[in-house]
Design a protein around this ligand. Structure first.
Ligand code: AMP
Length: 123
């Protein structure tokens, strides 16, 4: 099992040590705009609990955390106005998934037609 790193940037956001552009918050979930948006709408949705990635979260989160998280994803897409035209949810996991921040996050990307996924690796 991967060890959670308390010094990752999203842990610092959750502790209020780094500012963020919040779009949604409840007891279990925080959602904020990506600092380097790849689409007109690009929001990151994170659980408040300390989970490295989706593997960790799905195995170890409580039922309340799991329910709150997945209900929030759809609610936030609706709040962002991307529900009708569609959007993409992405959760990069680990090295091959190109995950940069080791705190579970799902990207919500939308607001334009997105390209097809999974370009070949450059290396
Ligand atoms: P990933 O590569 O899936 O781990 O995505 C990490 C995402 O976090 C990237 O899209 C970054 O632009 C974003 N990011 C990094 N630091 C911040 C920050 N301080 N506030 C908002 N988004 C951030």
């Amino acid at each position: 099992m991967k060890t959670y790193d308390d010094n990752n940037i999203f842990a610092k956001i959750l502790r209020g040590e780094i500012p963020n552009d919040t779009v949604y918050e409840d007891d279990h979930v925080l959602a904020f705009r990506d600092i380097n948006p790849q689409a007109p709408v690009h929001v990151l949705v994170i659980p408040k609990g300390a989970y490295v990635d989706m593997t960790d979260f799905s195995a170890n989160a409580s039922d309340a955390e799991l329910t709150a998280y997945f209900r929030a994803l759809a609610k936030i897409a609706n709040l962002l106005g991307v529900e009708d035209d569609g959007y993409r949810l992405i959760s990069n996991t680990g090295k091959n998934g190109e995950q940069d921040v080791p705190h579970l996050h799902v990207h919500i990307a939308g607001g334009r037609r997105l390209r097809r996924m999974l370009q070949p690796s450059e290396d």
